[in-house]
Design a protein around this ligand. Structure first.
Ligand code: UDP
Ligand code: MG
Length: 325
């Protein structure tokens, strides 16, 4: 059984793979040295339906190196699914998902393992400097995490990507989560456990080009919000309730005014009251549907109600027989 599983999703990365292995091997060796002389690592590549020579390259590497394994997906399922496949098949006591493009510097693995040996079960790697990413990516990511954290009922740290260390116990919980619209960063935060954080500076891409198109990032963002929150559905209860209240107050005012001062524009009062009241009621009922739909969404996700971190029990009480003996 390997100690560390390095899980690397790859999609059309033929130029990056051997660069990655050359850079990762020394860092991983140092990290293993911290654990002990018998510690081993496995590199698990997940070929996410590449159309270039990536699949052949990882297959050859896996045949030549006892510490390299590869999975290949039947088509491009996207990074979230590829990562889920890798985590499912990783054998190590700790699993580290990492990008192949060396934007996640392998040297950080040493700090992660140190924190893991110190008792942390999840070690997040936080990017302190993202100047290698475009300003648009930084700005949109910042806005996204602010919105997400305002809506979500558990915090999802900003500037922490998929690059982190997950202890076996955490991995086994992640494997139980069967949800389809996968947003790994949300799941990794949702599971809890003892969390430590190490800081690093995000590097520029080693080779190749980014595999994220704007459209894909957008749907990842929507997945992230809908998979971690129900607030956007429920907000209409409050908006609708507020508007309905105001509408009824205004209606009362219009009715009284019409009774006292008479009609100036015929029909104005009745139309206004009908429009406002119905508008408010519409939103309110949408909100009520949202309350139920939010609960349905949560049921459909089928996440476990809780995650046990461990169990401490007293010794079983001595039986009468044992006392007699
Ligand atoms: N990736 C993947 N499937 C995809 C897109 C990306 O497995 O559909 C992998 C990619 O090969 C890389 C990692 O996910 O190892 C991160 O991708 P990238 O560097 O393009 O993302 P960025 O760093 O620009 O966010
Ligand atoms: Mg990258």
């Amino acid at each position: 059984m390997p100690t560390l599983s390095i899980v690397i999703p790859v999609y059309n990365e033929q130029d990056a793979i051997s660069l990655f292995l050359d850079a990762a091997r020394p860092a991983v060796a140092q990290a293993l040295a911290l654990v002990g002389p018998d510690a081993r690592a496995e590199y698990l590549f997940v070929d996410d339906g590449s159309s270039d020579r990536t699949g052949d390259i990882v297959a050859i590497l896996a045949r030549l190196n006892p510490d390299v394994r590869c999975l290949s997906l039947s088509r491009n399922f996207g990074k979230e699914a590829a990562l889920a496949a890798g985590i499912d098949h990783a054998l190590g006591d700790a699993v580290i998902p990492i990008d192949v493009d060396l934007q996640d510097p392998p040297a950080v693995i040493i700090d992660m393992v140190r924190a893991w040996l110190g008792g942390a079960q999840v070690v997040n790697a936080r990017r302190t400097d993202r100047s290698s990413d475009s300003w648009f990516k930084r700005w949109s990511a910042h806005g996204f995490y602010r919105l997400l954290n305002r809506l979500s009922d558990y915090p999802i740290p900003e500037n922490v990507g998929d690059f982190r260390l997950l202890d076996r116990q955490a991995v086994d919980v992640i494997k139980q989560l069967g949800e389809q619209a996968r947003f790994n960063k949300g799941l990794f935060s949702w599971i809890g456990f003892r969390v430590a954080t190490v800081d690093y500076v995000r590097a520029a891409r080693g080779a190749g080009t980014t595999k994220w198109r704007l459209g894909k990032l957008w749907s990842l963002a929507i997945d992230g919000i809908t998979a971690s929150t129900t607030m956007p559905l429920r907000i209409w209860s409050y908006v609708g309730g507020g508007i309905a209240l105001l509408a009824f107050a205004y209606a009362a005012f219009l009715i009284v005014r019409t009774l006292v001062t008479g009609v100036d524009v015929p029909g104005y009062a009745s139309i206004m009251v009908a429009v406002l009241a119905l508008g408010g009621l519409n939103l309110l009922s949408l909100g009520i549907i949202g309350e139920y739909l939010g609960r349905v969404a949560r049921e459909v996700r089928q996440r476990p109600l809780y995650v046990l971190a461990g169990k401490t029990e007293a010794q079983p009480a001595p039986t009468v027989e044992r006392l007699r003996a």
